[in-house]
Design a protein around this ligand. Structure first.
Ligand SMILES: [Zn+2]
Length: 276
């Protein structure tokens, strides 16, 4: 190693969260996060609805497994805010590719231009998580999604409309049932959010990781309860559906981004009928 580099490394050691030394993130992890999106809502049981409406479409960059899990954990909870510069552009690029298919939903039916620009709504962290982290990592992703939509010519604005209330704690480490209980009644609209969304907006949700879908389902209920429509959600990563895990792991070991579900092909595929 070059002496200057060696000295810098001794003073300021850097490594990719997967363990690869001397780089902030490695090419393999970047490739896993490079997209394009896959539809993943079928792997999230808590997104199932009792009213016969199909689950909200969720687009994920990659499975939440292997080195991707390390990247996300370090980014969120181990002080690696520098990974914003890996994750935000990756998400923005993928949304840019999704954008042309989303554009037509602005008009005509089922969503008319009268609804204004798409509202990009980040899933709010719990107060405890926000205090522990000193920031809202999901806000970084929501800005990237808004940017990606605009890049694609889709009018969009960022609306941090929601907040978490009550005893809800961070979902990490909770089982499916506990997640549901933890969230019950814990997402609500802020006054400023209500003003920004107006009477009826069409929303795209943004979160970091999709697991059971309990969080997204609570956010969807909160928005729909206030008269808004949820078109879909974008996440960095999604827990692989049961049964997919072995294949995901094999694919990751080969350094290939595993996909599950198919890429959206048409607007019809992208849009959930508005159900009011
Ligand atoms: Zn890596």
């Amino acid at each position: 190693m070059h002496p200057v580099r060696e000295l810098t490394h001794l003073l300021l050691p850097v490594a990719c969260p997967c363990g690869e030394p001397d780089v902030r993130w490695c090419a393999r992890c970047a490739a896993l996060l490079a997209g394009p999106f896959s539809r993943v809502e079928r792997g999230a049981p808590r997104l199932d609805r009792l009213d016969g409406v199909p689950p909200v479409p969720v687009w994920a960059l990659t499975p939440y497994a292997g080195p991707v899990r390390d990247v996300v954990v370090h980014w969120k909870d181990r002080g690696r805010a520098d990974l914003d510069r890996l994750l935000a552009p990756a998400l923005r690029r993928a949304v840019r590719r999704l954008g042309p298919a989303l554009g037509p939903v602005q008009s005509p039916a089922p969503v008319s231009a009268a609804h204004g620009p798409l509202a990009v709504v980040p899933v709010p962290s719990t107060g405890a998580a926000r205090r522990a982290r000193g920031r809202e990592p999901v806000a970084v992703l929501a800005r990237a999604v808004t940017g990606g939509l605009r890049d694609a010519g889709v009018p969009a604005h960022l609306v941090p409309a929601l907040t978490r209330t009550g005893p809800g704690r961070d979902q990490v480490g909770l089982g499916a049932r506990a997640r549901g209980r933890n969230l019950a009644g814990s997402v609500r609209m802020t006054r400023r959010g209500a003003r920004a969304l107006g009477k009826r907006s069409v929303c795209i949700l943004v979160d970091d990781v999709l697991t059971t879908g309990a969080t997204l389902a609570a956010v969807e209920r909160a928005l729909e309860g206030c008269g808004h429509d949820v078109l879909g959600a974008t996440v960095l990563a999604a827990t692989p559906a049961p049964g997919a895990r072995a294949a995901e792991r094999r694919a990751m070991a080969e350094g290939v981004k595993a996909t599950y579900g198919s890429e959206p092909e048409s607007v019809t595929d992208l849009c959930r009928p508005v159900h009011r």
